[in-house]
Design a protein around this ligand. Structure first.
Ligand code: PMP
Length: 301
């Protein structure tokens, strides 16, 4: 997928033109995947373009850095300030996707965690839906690739190196004619989509796999809990077997880039012919957040 980039980036502590933000082929992170990244979206709010849950995203970056022992002095207030400064410099609009990355930037040849780190940020326009399947829903397979376990590459950290796991699952799915994939955890329970969290609906209750099913604890997923609580829709975190997945009344995915995307088919099983009623309710409430929950947005002006 190719999107339009904004002209400026943060690189080596400065705002510079994106085309000048270049790294050496010897960069450690390029070889060993020693990095963590984020994905943050900007929505249209009544007060102008607003960054959705900036605090949560920055806090997840900080927790990842700390959990993985990256030798990077993370200053959350400074990172937020820098992102806002770049957003202003780029004169961003709604539907912008912000990509911060903290990576091992030195060129020494070893897969150690100890080393130098840099924060880079760039921004791109992401108009419209990531999956263009408003009417048909997406068709996915259950991957033959297992989700990285928390004892391998901790999935809660959004580590760059971990994403070869997602890439393999997506590649297999596409070769088999599906749009994306669902991954199982080490115990064969449902974990999540290759790059998004997953909810099923069973007898009017929203169910999503818990943290110990090796998921990334998505910020959109957390928002859906809040929407469900406010709308008095029952929801719970619980292990989901493949059998429960196949027999769900509704299945949908959620994530920053992908928003809420309903699923029509998993492997050879039809889930639903149209977006289910609870999925539609959650989607509608999600689209109203910029008006009804202004506190979740940091307006760029
Ligand atoms: N799982 C994975 C593996 C992801 O890459 C993403 C996208 N960041 C998500 C879940 C959804 O997380 P969020 O809602 O925070 O974007």
């Amino acid at each position: 997928m190719q999107f339009q980039n904004y002209p400026y980036a943060i690189f080596e502590k400065k705002i510079i033109p994106l085309e000048e933000a270049k790294i050496s082929i010897m960069t450690n992170a390029l070889h060993y995947g020693v990095g963590i990244f984020g994905g943050i979206k900007v929505f249209d709010t009544p007060d102008g373009p607003g960054i959705f849950r900036l605090d949560d995203h920055v806090s997840r970056l900080q927790k990842s850095v700390e959990f993985l022992n990256f030798r990077y002095k993370f200053n959350a207030a400074q990172v937020k300030k820098d992102i806002l400064k770049l957003a202003k410099k780029n004169k961003i609009q709604a539907q912008t996707y912000i990509r911060p990355i903290i990576y091992r930037s030195d060129t020494r040849i070893s897969p150690a965690i100890e080393g130098d780190y840099d924060l880079a940020v760039y921004m791109l326009a992401m108009p419209g839906a990531y999956y263009n399947y408003e009417e048909e829903g997406i068709r996915v397979n259950v991957s033959s690739w297992q989700r990285n376990s928390s004892l391998a590459i901790p999935p809660k950290t959004k580590a760059t190196g971990g994403y070869i796991n997602s890439a393999l699952a997506i590649d297999e799915a596409k070769k088999l004619g599906f749009d994306s994939a669902i991954m199982l955890d080490k115990d064969d329970y449902v974990s999540e989509g290759a790059v998004m969290n997953l909810f099923i609906v069973k007898e009017g209750c929203l169910i999503t796999p818990p943290a110990d099913s090796d998921i990334l604890e998505g910020i959109t997923r957390k928002t859906i809990f809040e929407i469900a609580a406010e709308a008095k829709i029952p929801f719970k975190e619980a292990k989901v077997s493949k059998e429960e997945l196949y027999s769900a009344d509704e299945v949908f995915f959620c994530g920053t880039a992908t928003d809420i995307t309903w699923c029509s088919q998993i492997d050879d099983k039809n889930i639903s012919k149209a977006r289910g009623p609870l999925t539609a309710k959650i989607e509608s409430a999600f689209s109203k957040l910029p008006v009804q929950h202004k506190e979740l947005f940091t307006v760029v002006n």
